[in-house]
Design a protein around this ligand. Structure first.
Ligand code: NAP
Length: 253
């Protein structure tokens, strides 16, 4: 039996990296999928790839940092499917690298806008709908950097710590309402985000980051998707407010 048969699943940033792997797994498990991402020509092909696993997948162009765009996306989901069962708030960016004392205000605002306010915007509208249904599951994509610091990334680190705070707070608020809210803290995962952040194959930076993981490798997007699936089925029925670390041992040190 498919684990997400007839469930309506919303994934932000679902046309690349971790979000794409989660979308493919959810599609294989029978979900009705709505994927929100920034628009681009190249992403058309990715939606088609996801659809080969399940026809019931659609794309909505939506910038998660925009309150109204997220609101109308959730309204669209409810109009189309009647409900929202599962949401993965995953869209995120790396941002410019600077020491905190040199971080441009605009670079700070951009990362906080997408990685923290974006998650708030999504939760704000998802929880309003899930409260009406008296049922729902939310998974927020935090990071190992939601738990510890990382040089030259104060915006990213602050946002990912904030995502864990949002997760715990909402989990307390909705624990008695049949709505579970958890987060995932991945270690470094081989996705386009790393390439955008200048972590290229066989570079010195790549070697240094690999060595921060006791397993001495990057994780795969599919390994994070397996954690996502666990958090959105009854296998995790007594979990809420948790941060699931999938990090090759990074945080165990
Ligand atoms: P990715 O491959 O770059 O995918 C992120 C997706 O989100 C892209 O399609 C991106 O579009 C989209 N996006 C960016 N800004 C958006 C916005 N404002 N509204 C809607 N969509 C937006 O990155 P990833 O590695 O899969 O990362 C996914 C999540 O995991 C992020 O929250 C990231 O912080 C977190 N994470 C990643 C790692 C890692 O090592 N990869 C580790 C820990 C946590 P564009 O490509 O057009 O920008």
């Amino acid at each position: 039996m498919k684990l997400l048969n007839d469930k309506t699943v919303f994934i932000t940033g679902g046309l690349s990296g971790i979000g794409k792997a989660c979308a493919i797994l959810a599609a294989k498990e029978g979900a009705n999928l709505v994927i929100a991402d920034l628009d681009s020509d190249t992403k058309e092909n990715i939606l088609e790839e996801i659809k080969t696993h399940n026809e019931n997948a659609q794309f909505v162009a939506c910038d998660v940092s925009n309150f109204e765009q997220v609101q109308s996306t959730i309204q669209h989901i409810v109009k189309t499917f009647g409900r929202l069962d599962i949401a993965l708030n995953n869209a995120g960016i790396g941002g410019e690298a600077h020491f905190t004392g040199e971080m441009p205000e605009s670079a700070w605002a951009k990362v906080i806008g997408v990685n923290l306010t974006g998650v708030f915007n999504c939760m704000r509208h998802e929880l309003a709908q899930m409260s009406i249904q008296k049922q729902g599951i939310i998974v927020n994509m935090s990071s190992i950097l939601g738990k510890v610091g990382f040089s030259s990334s104060c915006h990213y680190v602050a946002a990912k710590h904030g995502v864990l705070g949002l997760t715990q707070t909402a989990a307390l608020e909705y624990a008695e309402n049949n709505i579970r809210i958890n987060a995932i803290c991945p270690g470094f995962i081989a996705t386009p985000l790393l390439v955008k952040g200048g972590i290229s194959h066989h570079s010195e930076i790549e070697k240094n980051i690999l060595h921060l993981h006791p397993m001495k490798r990057f994780g795969s997007a599919e390994e994070i998707a397996n954690g996502f699936l666990f958090l959105c089925t009854d296998q995790s029925s007594f979990m809420t407010g948790s941060a699931l670390e999938i990090d090759g041992g990074y945080l165990a040190q």
